[in-house]
Structure formats: structure tokens, C-alpha cells
Design a protein. Structure first.
Lengths: 111, 113
């Protein structure tokens, strides 16, 4: 089967850098996506990596290493508003290729 | 304009009732989904439609029945509600079945009492 593992909780302070890791086990691989969800809100798409390397979007970057079945989301210059849950997700192999989700990492940014 | 909108946002109902949640997307996407998110925030896909055709039907009780009258709408009807159905239900859409980016509605918080 397909599974993605990520830490359940991470705590950091404003202005710091935090890395949220995601390791995956998949029967086929179609890239790794990252979503952010604030309490009471909807998941919103952050980034997608299909190939190895770093993708940068402002303060957020996402990295993928297919040989290690591993990726991470890097958040820089943390702000209080970055406190949220972060999910990694990957498409399942097969015709339907549904998104398989990690259990989410709850990030708390403290002053 | 809201891209993916679902109604109602909150739904409190008694066990045994039947209820519906409606979802509409104005993004022109071909694929729509229903997800259930429990209190531990685990996101579980329930159904997916592509151009009104059911393509993903996960193991959910048959009390849950999706309906897609056209590719911009995907409604969820739930019969004989149970306490364990209490959760947040999200509608989402994507350009196609293999698309990496999904757009989510605001969620419907269902509480069964």
C-alpha cells in the first residue's frame, strides 16, 4: 500500500526556520504535494515537487529526493500566522491516482 | 467569487436523520471530491467524480450517496445519520484526475447528536 509519514507536532519561534519532513512508501510515484490548513479552515495548496531538488515560493520551499523517498517543507522567517497543520500528499499509482495524505504536522509558532 | 463553495457550513442534526451537503465549483475543473476529516485531522477521501462519472468510491457505508448532476456540482446525501458521522466534510476539485493541486471548499462541520 501507499503511506506517508510526517512528525505529528513541531514547535518553533517567530523568525526561525523550521523543516517538516515527509517520508513516503508508494507503489508508483507521481510527485509530492504540500498543503497548509489553519484551524477551522480548508487545506490550501502550497507546493509540488515532481523531480529531485528544491522548489522555492517566497518564504516556503519544498524539497524532494526520490532516491531516498523523502521530502520536506522548509518555512523561513516564521510568523505567527504560519501556525497551522501541514500535510504532505502523493498520488497513488493506477488509473484513478487518488491523493494519499500524510497525517499532518501541527506547527506552533511562538513569540 | 468563491472557487469551491459548499453549503451549509455547519450542520447539527439528530441521529437517524437524512441530510445533504451541496458543493459547486466555478473553476471549470473536471474532477470533484468528497473528503472526510475527523477530529484527529486525518483526511480521508470518500468519493471522486470525473465529468459526472464516479471514479473513486472508497469503503464508506452505503448510507453515503454522492450525486453529480453536472461536472460543476457534487452533492453528498447521508441517510440514517450516526454519531460516528460527526466530522468536517470537504468538497474539492482539480483540473483532472491526475492533477497535483486540489482546491478545497470551506468545509461542512457535521455534528450528529
Amino acid at each position: 500500500g501507499q503511506s506517508l509519514e510526517q512528525p505529528s507536532e513541531v514547535t518553533a519561534v517567530e523568525g526561525a526556520i523550521v523543516q517538516i519532513n515527509c517520508t513516503y512508501q508508494t507503489s508508483g510515484f507521481y510527485g509530492l504535494s504540500w498543503y497548509q490548513q489553519h484551524d477551522g479552515g480548508a487545506p490550501t495548496f502550497l507546493s509540488y515537487n515532481a523531480l529531485d531538488g528544491l522548489e522555492e515560493t517566497g518564504r516556503f520551499s519544498s524539497f524532494l529526493s526520490r532516491s531516498d523517498s523523502y521530502g520536506y517543507l522548509l518555512l523561513q522567517e516564521l510568523q505567527m500566522k504560519d501556525s497551522a497543520s501541514y500535510f504532505c500528499a502523493s498520488r497513488e499509482a493506477g488509473n484513478n491516482r487518488k491523493l494519499i495524505w500524510g497525517l499532518g504536522t501541527s506547527l506552533a509558532v511562538n513569540p | 467569487d468563491t472557487a469551491v463553495s459548499q453549503t451549509p457550513k455547519y450542520l447539527v442534526t439528530q441521529m437517524g436523520n437524512d441530510k445533504s451537503i451541496k458543493c459547486e465549483q466555478n473553476l471549470g475543473h473536471d474532477t470533484m471530491y468528497w473528503y472526510k476529516q475527523d477530529s484527529k485531522k486525518f483526511l480521508k477521501i470518500m468519493f471522486s467524480y470525473n465529468n459526472k462519472e464516479l471514479i473513486i468510491n472508497e469503503t464508506v457505508p452505503n448510507r453515503f450517496s454522492p450525486k453529480s448532476p453536472d461536472k460543476a456540482h457534487l452533492n453528498l446525501h447521508i441517510n440514517s445519520l450516526e454519531l460516528g458521522d460527526s466530522a468536517v466534510y470537504f468538497c474539492a476539485s482539480s483540473q483532472g484526475t491526475g492533477d497535483t493541486e486540489a482546491f478545497f471548499g470551506q468545509g461542512t462541520r457535521l455534528t450528529v447528536v
